[in-house]
Ligand binder design. Structure first.
Ligand code: PLP
Length: 454
């Protein structure tokens, strides 16, 4: 009764993010009410293994009492304060210090926002402000990639490379060029080796830089492993090649680690995993296990100096949010990072990630599966109509949605990005959890195949 009335109220009042609204009116919400470790329970009492960690984000699981206690303590001491006009408080200072310590050499300054999208908007504004300050106002363009995901505000949504997001919202509104998505399975040409594919993408990037003029290009932004666009690891050599191009042409390199950061790939950060050093890193999600909204832009002293020198001249760096460095969010972030370290959850992600990847690769021969991909605790299985030709189902997403619904019936939460089934479980998963995820995935694939054939 309760869930029925909740469902009716939701249908009557809500517009859901990233949801087909008319379909939602028919199907109603899946109301969640409780979390326990890697599992969540809906209002009917059905439990699910949460194989997407919420939205790729809950590192420590759904019932960590230390995060609750950290929030409670901070709520009691100082529930809110801001950081405008020289104000500060301990949790934000300590978390900033911790992030500088954890991230690679050269990332020495931190700016907090509430979300990954705001963090990427902040990157755009910081880079523009810096180049204005350095007397090169024409250096404003961004390079990003097709199928990259950097958020949904008007600037971060412009960096995102999903054509539908642009078409439906009149984006981009900032100068950005989207380069080819570095996914060999889909964007490699017939017979092109991975090495040749990488060389072609690097040549394309250099050609764009030279055509547009390096003096007009401010930054390159990318996810180390492209996640929300369909879990696509980069080809070997791609990142070192991009880093070299950025250095050669004085272009800032931005690593969007909103999903890859804090151990997801089995390494501390995506950039450490793929061997490059960014000038700016963007983190969020696993930073607080998403118990509180928080994101951090971590950047070099050189960028800081340009901003600081300019604000000394003109007065103020006029950017920031009411919630920038929120004390409760930063207190939760600090405790969350302490748990990740104390319990060696990054090491666990590497070990359990290897088991997950091995388990899922058993489905490479499955009739429905075109490619199994991923590294660490993030994986994607792309479903295709024809394995030999890689032909997709038409329309793309129909079979993925079917598998997504079957997954719910099977008691597992996943996400379908078109026809790619994405998995990204909490970093606390055990061997038994991983084996269960793999076993359930097997049933989901078999049942989806039966329906496709029927
Ligand atoms: N950047 C990346 C790589 C993301 O995956 C996301 C969200 O999924 C964002 C940015 C945007 O973060 P938010 O949803 O907190 O605005």
């Amino acid at each position: 009764k309760l869930s029925n009335s909740l469902g009716a109220a939701d249908i009557a009042t809500a517009l859901h993010p990233y949801t087909n609204a008319r379909r939602h009116e028919e199907a109603g919400p899946m109301v969640m009410r409780r979390g326990d470790g890697v599992r969540v329970e809906d209002a009917q009492g059905k439990t699910y293994i949460e194989a997407l960690a919420g939205l790729w984000s809950v590192a420590v699981g759904f019932s960590e009492p230390r995060l609750v206690e950290a929030a409670r303590r901070q709520m009691e001491a100082l529930p809110y304060y801001h950081s405008f006009a020289h104000k500060a408080h301990e949790p934000a200072i300590r978390l900033g210090e911790k992030l500088v310590e954890m991230t690679p050499e050269g990332l020495d300054r931190v700016f907090f926002t509430n979300s990954g999208s705001e963090a990427n908007d902040t990157v755009v504004k910081m880079v523009w402000y810096m180049n204005n300050a350095l007397g090169r106002p024409e250096k404003k363009k961004f390079l990003a990639r097709t199928k990259g995901y950097h958020g949904i505000t008007v600037a971060s949504g412009s960096l995102t490379g999903l054509p539908a997001n642009h078409r439906d919202f009149d984006l981009p509104v900032i100068p950005v060029t989207h380069l080819t998505c570095p996914h060999h399975y889909r964007f490699g040409r017939d017979g092109e080796s991975e090495a040749d594919f990488t060389a072609r993408l690097l040549a394309e990037a250099e050609e764009v830089i030279e055509r547009e003029g390096p003096e007009t290009i401010a930054a390159f932004i990318g996810e180390p492993l492209m996640a929300a666009g369909g879990v696509m690891p980069p080809p070997e050599g791609y990142w070192p090649g991009i880093e070299a191009l950025c250095r050669k042409h004085d272009i800032l390199l931005v690593s969007d680690e909103v999903i890859c950061g804090f151990g997801r790939l089995g390494s501390p950060f995506g950039c450490t995993h793929y061997g490059f050093t960014p000038d700016i890193m963007v983190t969020s999600k696993q930073l607080t296990s998403s118990y509180m909204p928080l994101a951090a832009v971590i950047f070099s002293e050189k960028i800081y100096d340009a901003i600081a020198d300019n604000s000394a001249k003109i007065g103020t760096f006029g950017h920031g949010f009411t919630g920038s460095g929120h004390p409760v969010a930063t207190a939760v972030g600090l405790e969350n990072l302490a748990i990740i370290e104390e319990r060696d959850l990054m090491g666990n992600a590497a070990r359990m990630g290897a088991r997950l990847q091995e388990g899922l690769r058993r489905f490479a021969g499955h009739e429905l599966v075109g490619e199994v991909r991923g590294t660490g605790l993030i994986a994607g299985l792309e479903l295709v109509r024809d394995k030999a030709t890689r032909e997709s189902f038409d329309p793309v997403g129909k079979v993925g949605t079917l598998a997504f619904e079957i997954a719910h019936e099977e008691g597992m939460v996943i996400r379908n990005v078109g026809d790619t089934l994405a998995l990204c479980p909490p970093l606390i998963v055990t061997e038994a959890d991983v084996d269960e995820i793999v076993a359930r995935m097997g049933r989901i694939l078999d049942r989806t195949l039966e329906k496709v054939k029927a």
